[in-house]
Design a protein around this ligand. Structure first.
Ligand code: LP5
Ligand code: MN
Length: 241
């Protein structure tokens, strides 16, 4: 039997994007059921304001992931910059396991470094300052203590602010920093790096001190679905409608 795992990121699932939500459900019910594991490398959701936001929409997505456990597909999830507040209640309901960012894992005889990708964008200093702030325990505890309606309002305001900010940032600043990529890939004993966040789907050759390795960038789920299949043959982009 063919053994493989699937990698996705940056779906930005939102009740308004029904086509992509349908595609995700179809993806879970077909491709994922045969896989050993599904790795979600951040930004599954457009925004996550706390596990207590038990909307019908969130329950639909949770159910899709939870169902995979009946097919023996392990589900691993990493926080992205939109859904870093996914917590223990979500993981319990969706029956998934959190991955630290970065995580190193051996799959089918090769070593994979997995990241969301935002920490590689070190030239985006405004974002990195913002990230440090909102990833602190104090900030998160304070935010999560606010009423749900207030949290939704803050998240919506932040999204507006981010949209304006990213309009004024150059493409170069918002991409990964090559020196940071080299440092990370030299430090970690990996054969491949897989990450998302930039939405710039590609396969890059990275010439390091001792070897040339590959960096795979996952695509987003705006126009269509996007995933990487990892097997004994290594990683490859897999197409599906
Ligand atoms: O998301 P995307 O791709 O559009 O842009 C990202 C960076 N932006 C973000 C912000 C998110 O879009 C919105 C956050 C939703 C979080 C929901 C939970 C609520 C948080 C509560 C806190 C515990 O990640 C963008 C990058 C871009 O990627 C490319 O990498 O450039 O970064 C920014 O736009 C950040 C700005 O540069 C700085 C923003 C300063 C805002 C300061 C407000 C602080 C007060 C916060 C109040 C809660
Ligand atoms: Mn992201």
């Amino acid at each position: 039997m063919n053994q493989y795992s699937l990698f996705i990121s940056d779906l930005h699932l939102d009740p308004d994007r029904t086509n992509i939500v349908d595609l995700f459900c179809q993806f879970c019910q077909s491709h994922c059921q045969q896989a050993d594991a599904l790795y979600i490398l951040g930004d599954l959701f457009e925004v996550w304001v706390g596990d207590d936001n038990e909307s019908a929409f969130n329950q639909v997505i949770i159910k899709q992931l939870e169902q995979l456990s009946y097919h023996n597909t392990d589900v691993y999830i990493m926080h992205g910059n939109r859904d870093f507040l996914l917590g223990s209640e979500f993981a319990k309901q969706a029956k998934c396991t959190y991955l630290e960012d970065p995580s190193l894992k051996n799959l089918y005889g090769k070593s994979y470094l997995m990241m969301h990708g935002d920490t590689l964008c070190t030239q985006d200093t405004e974002y990195q300052k913002f990230r440090e702030l909102v990833r602190s325990n104090e900030w998160q505890a304070d935010f999560l203590s606010k009423p749900l309606t207030e949290r939704k309002k803050i998240a919506a305001d932040l999204r507006q602010k981010s949209k304006l900010e990213t309009l004024n940032k150059s493409e170069m600043i918002m991409d990964v920093d090559q020196t940071t990529v080299h440092t990370v890939m030299n430090q970690q004993p990996c054969d491949y790096l897989i990450h998302g966040h930039t939405h710039r789907k590609a396969k890059h050759q990275v010439k390091l001190t001792a070897a040339t390795k590959q960096r795979f960038v996952l695509g987003d789920w705006y126009e269509s679905g996007s995933c990487i299949k990892v097997s004994v043959q290594g990683p490859e982009f897999a197409l599906f409608e």
